[in-house]
Design a protein around this ligand. Structure first.
Ligand code: CP
Ligand code: NVA
Length: 308
């Protein structure tokens, strides 16, 4: 069976921890002189239907550090499902490269790509989830707090793709996940259902609030993301209004635990969902978090290519 990476919930808690341990080892090795070229001769196609800074550059550099090659394919080039069917793109690419990373709109499209590809497929974000981000986030959280259970991770804002994968990684690792969102901007019920099937096994608690001040009490991690995700641009004005009370600012952060950390997957819309003061303040880990994408994805690639 090929090692696709489509959902955090496809992996067991032990498998997730193994990936995190591998990411830590690869990170250490990289800073101690570099990683050996375990992916020499391997190529990764990177299919993007949406813009990216972190995902694109960190995957490309991860392949380079491991001795392999990455190829960027822009939305204009592939026309996934438009110029050519997803099934045909998957089968053609499978004859050229050893793995595919794709960022798409419709989640069904990444599932379809993985179904038809004979090489592993890695999900670089869909409208539904963002598992690579969640793995890097878990790495960042463990670097700060260790790997014990019972941490309180509080997400303030839109119940979007980043929130879904964060909730799922928390459920898997036994961390309590709390979200505060405006009415109408909840996490998809199907994703909540999946989380609730996991929590009895790991002891994680999932809680839902509308008031961000109630949600942030006892938080070890305060996490936010854009109010308007890629593809929702025409809703920007409506969303700015709906989320006005959900800004992560100094006052909100001061209501959480004193040693809490502030996270954001980036790109940030500064002084909208996150103030400059907090983004650049002493509790913020947004840049180490972004940098951990590189190390977490090396682990994902090593697993996908069967060298882990
Ligand atoms: N966080 C993240 O995925 O960033 P990009 O959209 O820049 O890849
Ligand atoms: N929720 C954001 C995440 C960007 C990395 C989006 O989908 O645009």
């Amino acid at each position: 069976m090929k090692n696709d990476f489509l959902h955090i919930t496809d992996l067991s808690p032990v498998e997730i921890q193994d990936l995190l341990d591998l990411a830590i080892a690869l990170k250490k090795e990289y800073f101690n002189g570099g990683n050996p070229p375990v992916l020499k001769g391997k190529a990764l196609a990177m299919v993007f239907q949406k813009p990216s800074l972190r995902t694109r550059v960190s995957f490309e550099m991860a392949m380079q550090h491991l001795g392999g090659h990455a190829m960027y394919l822009s939305p204009a080039e592939i026309g996934l499902g438009q110029r050519e069917s997803i099934a045909d793109v998957a089968r053609v690419l499978s004859g050229y490269v050893h793995g595919i990373m794709a960022r798409v709109f419709d989640h069904d499209h990444i599932v379809e790509l993985a179904k038809w590809a004979s090489v592993p497929v890695i999900n670089g974000l869909t409208d539904y989830n963002h598992p690579c981000q969640a793995l890097a986030d878990a790495l960042t959280i463990q670097e700060k707090f260790g790997r014990g259970r019972g941490l309180n991770v509080t997400y303030i804002g839109d119940g979007n793709n980043v929130a879904v994968s964060l909730m799922h990684v928390c459920a898997k690792l036994g961390w309590n996940f709390t979200i505060a969102n405006p009415v109408g901007y909840e996490i998809a019920p199907s994703a909540i259902e999946i989380a609730k099937q996991i929590t009895p096994e790991t002891g994680a608690e999932i809680s839902f609030y509308n008031n961000p001040h109630d949600a942030v009490k006892d938080a070890d991690v305060i996490y936010t993301d854009t109010w308007t995700s890629m593809g929702q641009e025409e809703e920007t004005a409506k969303r700015e209004e709906a989320f006005a009370e959900y800004q992560v600012n100094h006052r909100l952060v001061s209501e959480a635990k004193k040693d809490s950390i502030v996270m954001h997957c980036l790109p940030a819309h500064r002084n909208h969902e996150l103030t400059d003061e907090v983004a650049d303040g002493s509790q913020s880990v947004i840049f180490p978090q972004a940098h951990n994408r590189l190390h977490a994805q090396k682990a994902i690639l090593a697993r996908a290519f069967g060298v882990a």
